[in-house]
Design a protein around this ligand. Sequence first.
Ligand code: BES
Ligand code: MN
Ligand code: MN
Length: 462
Amino acid sequence: MQGVQNYIQENKDRFLEELLDLLRIPSVSADPKYKADVRKMAEATAEHLKKAGADQVEVFDTPGHPIVYGEKMVNPKAPTVLVYGHYDVQPADPLELWESPPFEPVVKKTALHPQGAIFARGACDDKGQMFMHVKAFEAMMKENYLPCNIKFMIEGEEEVGSKHLEEFCKANKKKLACDVVLVSDTSIINNDTPSLTVGLRGLCYMEVEVTGPNRDLHSGVYGGAVANPINVLCDLISSLHDKKRRITVEGFYDDIEKVSSKERKLMNQVPFSEKEFKKDLGVEELLGESGYTPIEHTGIRPTLDVNGMWGGYIGEGAKTVLPSKAYAKISMRLVPNQDPEKIEKLFIKHFQKIAPKYVQVKVTAHHGGHPVVTPTNSPEYKAAEKAMEKAFGKKPVPQRGGGSIPIIAMFDQVLKAKSILMGFGLDSDAIHSPNEHYGLFNYYKGISTIPYFYQYYAESLK
Ligand code: BES
Ligand code: MN
Ligand code: MN
């Protein structure tokens, strides 16, 4: 193992340069304009796997973006770890808010990253974190230290709902057979406080269209007598929360698993400064469901948020118009045991019910995903815990994450394997936002932690 760690130290600079090259490929999965770049990124990932020493490396085409696979089977008696990650990234918009271009990575120091951070779209989510696994694998291969069988499955559609990965997993159950799935696509509390993510929220994503009059109207000639669909949509949306910031969709909370007061107490012991949190976000006050702390708001409580809203005139200057239509994209983050399909039905029913006669509403669903909680008493959790403790000198804190990786629940169902969510980003790394970055400390710490996981995991199953 010392050899592996030395190899990582000796090759640090190259590991960084290689990541910077990958970050130059704009693999935006949501925008068809980047389809060729997404493929280029898949090929580059496959090439790296091959060079690191993986066998059976292949870029699998799907009706969407390709899936990259590679493996190293060393011993049929050793446990098999499936590494999952994604090489696609979110769109970089709004471009004007980036301090340096999103696909021209630069390393800069920040208050939280005094050793420097890589600024680029995908630096943290998830190219930087995915690539840590490739580099840790390379180090282990070069030093001839591979205590587990390793399979890689890196997809290009995570940011658009992993549409084709389920089918791929179902069709390749044997190929993907594993004892555990290892994922680095989440965050730690801060660089002095390692944590392991033990829960992710689910997702239910809806779009609503409200139609008023059959055409856009002059807001003076008709205004006052006819319902304005944007005004109506605003009323409808504001009625979706009550005074206590609880969601008013009937039946919304019915299936939620009660979290014990002991667990809630524990959860609130993690280092968290409300003052710092507000300062970082530039807000005077927080707003969340009454009776819960901010940690609980993002960890164990569901949400309903408008992600975008449009209609009427939004161009330069002013146009007096009473629009015919108004739209909103609304997402709900779900917690155990809320079922995204059931919530979708409840939302549609509720929205139809509250819609007044003077408009028509159409509600449609986008992708969704189930929430997950992972056990903390399993051999794989213990191995991840030990690995982080070894690398950080501190035992990681189990923490529920507020984000979603919808495909994790599917791994459980289809591959019958639990996941270990061992991410190394910081919540403040601005993933999905302008100026996304990933700390060099985090990148290198991740690379050196991963081999320990394989070591302890193999040892624990001997
Ligand atoms: N890596 C994130 C999820 C994440 C980030 C989990 C930080 C925990 C901490 C992932 O790439 C992501 O952005 N997921 C989407 C869902 C997807 C269906 C677009 C999300 O959470 O919005
Ligand atoms: Mn991600
Ligand atoms: Mn993401």
